[in-house]
Design a protein around this ligand. Structure first.
Ligand SMILES: Nc1ncnc2c1ncn2[C@@H]1O[C@H](COP(=O)(O)OP(=O)(O)OP(=O)(O)O)[C@@H](O)[C@H]1O
Ligand SMILES: O=c1ccn([C@@H]2O[C@H](COP(=O)(O)O)[C@@H](O)[C@H]2O)c(=O)[nH]1
Length: 243
């Protein structure tokens, strides 16, 4: 078996990327492809926890900018992450991977409540644990939920799998002159105001010295490559970016 760089990972998947070409909802081909990649990582003996965004279904900020109460809109966003989590659970189980969905908002009929020690036990048994409903609180994001859960389960790293292939000097979808930055410190991300991840999540990782790798999830095998230690995307960590 190949030697992996990490023993326990928190993989944050972009909700928006699950929509594929259709731009909304869940593309079965995309989710099945990602599930197959996660299975390969599980088969390498890596303990995998997942947090999935909700941007393919509903974002609280977008609805509140059109007049909806922000907290209500955010609860809808959290429910969107539960839908994505259940879809991913189904896709993983179809491939023979044991999973558990835990929810930060109680919904006993469809998901376990979030219980930290229980989540860790599932991971030790080789099950993929999917943390849904974000942090359970409005005004947060799933990036913050990913940082929080990663800390709580003592993950070695956060892998943010998204639609861009790393962090750029500016949003590459808006600025064609933006350049990719292979290594950054959390302080640099905050000081430069880089929007790839929200400031709360960034600060939480910085305060707890948890490294994060941002990479493109639309490229086949990228998740496995990162787990095996290949340098792709952008690594963000504490200390000096030239270290
Ligand atoms: N400096 C930057 N470098 C890279 N991407 C950036 C930067 N600034 C903003 N972005 C944007 O950040 C996006 C990725 O983060 P975003 O939070 O939108 O998605 P996500 O958390 O992966 O997905 P979702 O919210 O749909 O679950 C990219 O698509 C890109 O447009
Ligand atoms: O802790 C949380 C996490 C998420 N939300 C809401 O859900 C949507 C979708 O999450 P993304 O991170 O944007 O993919 C988000 O826009 C919030 O509305 C939340 O309120 N609290």
């Amino acid at each position: 078996m190949a030697t992996t760089k990490y023993k326990r990972i928190l993989l944050k998947l972009s909700g928006e990327a699950l929509a594929g070409e259709q731009g909304y909802g869940i593309d079965p081909a995309v989710i099945n492809g990602i599930a197959a990649e996660i299975k390969e990582v599980v088969d390498l003996g890596v303990e995998v926890a997942l947090v999935i965004g909700g941007g393919n279904i509903f974002r609280g900020v977008a609805a509140s900018s059109k007049g909806m109460d922000r907290a209500s809109a955010d609860y809808m966003g959290m429910l969107a992450t539960v839908m994505n989590s259940l879809a991913m659970q189904d896709a993983l189980e179809k491939q023979g991977v044991d999973t558990r969905v835990q929810s930060a908002i109680d919904m006993q009929q469809i998901a376990e409540p979030y219980i930290r020690r229980r989540a860790v036990r599932h991971l030790e048994k080789g099950r993929v644990v999917i943390f849904s409903a974000g942090t359970g609180n409005p005004y947060f994001t799933t990036d913050t939920a990913a940082s929080l859960r990663a800390m709580e389960i003592h993950a070695d790293v956060i892998l943010k799998a998204t639609k861009v292939d790393g962090i750029y000097s500016a949003d590459p979808n808006k600025d064609k002159d933006a350049i990719k930055l292979p290594t950054l410190t959390y302080l640099e991300v905050l000081q430069k105001g880089l929007q790839v991840m929200d400031a709360t999540a960034t600060s939480l990782c910085m305060d707890n010295n948890l490294p994060m790798i941002i990479f493109d999830m639309t490229c086949r095998d990228n998740i496995k490559k990162v787990v095996l230690g290949e340098r792709i995307g952008t690594i963000v960590r504490g200390g000096n970016s030239n270290d």
